[in-house]
Design a protein around this ligand. Structure first.
Ligand code: AMP
Length: 190
């Protein structure tokens, strides 16, 4: 069982690289952002709760996010592995994930960090805005998401660095070259 976290700020390429990783390693993709968006689209109770929070670019409270994440993992008991995309975004989420995996005799095996500078991120999201239709890609919402990343999410990295499981990859360049670097880090684990 391979539990992999793909880590990086909004626009770093997590979704793009996750799609390629799933194909190569046959992993289940759990993107908390995608799941929240699905709930909003289906107008579920959870969707109603998180709609405004998400549209403003803020993080959804940990308790809601963790509960949803655990539910999603349990739905895939036979998975060969999981890519966690967009989770954990806070240290309490990281701690909750560790405890949860430990209760199943598992752990986070690797965290791959896509390193992209802020200027490049803004350019990419401006491009994505034209096609994504995501309300939270709008300029002022994006500022909030960047704030959330640099204030809260960035602290997740030292948490995993302490465990010696972080591989940092330059996230600027050709998609396939970045993917090759990710595979180099992951191949020895499978
Ligand atoms: P993403 O698609 O990963 O960029 O996530 C979009 C939005 O969903 C975020 O800006 C948050 O509002 C919410 N979200 C996704 N994942 C999390 C998480 N792990 N913790 C809190 N909020 C999240």
């Amino acid at each position: 069982m391979l539990n992999l976290i793909i880590f990086g700020p909004p626009g770093a390429g997590k979704g793009t690289q996750s799609a390629k990783l799933i194909e190569r390693y046959h992993l289940v993709h759990i993107s908390t952002g995608d799941i929240f968006r699905e709930h909003i689209q289906n107008d579920t109770e959870l969707g109603k709760k998180v709609k405004n929070i998400m549209a403003s670019g803020q993080l959804v409270p940990d308790s809601i996010t963790i509960e949803m994440l655990e539910h999603e993992v349990k739905k895939n008991p036979n998975a060969k592995g999981v890519i966690f995309d967009g989770f954990p975004r806070t240290v309490p989420q990281a701690e909750a994930l560790d405890n949860f995996l430990q209760s199943m005799n598992q752990k986070v095996n690797i965290v791959v960090q896509l390193d992209v500078n802020e200027e490049e991120l803004r350019t990419r999201i401006a491009e994505r805005r034209k096609v994504s239709g995501r309300a939270d890609d709008a300029e002022e919402k994006l500022m909030k998401r960047m704030d959330e990343y640099f204030n809260k999410t960035i602290h997740v990295l030292p948490y995993y660095e302490q465990q010696n499981i972080v591989t940092k990859v330059n996230g600027i360049g050709l998609i396939d070259d970045i993917f090759d670097q990710l595979c180099e880090a992951i191949d020895p684990l499978v």
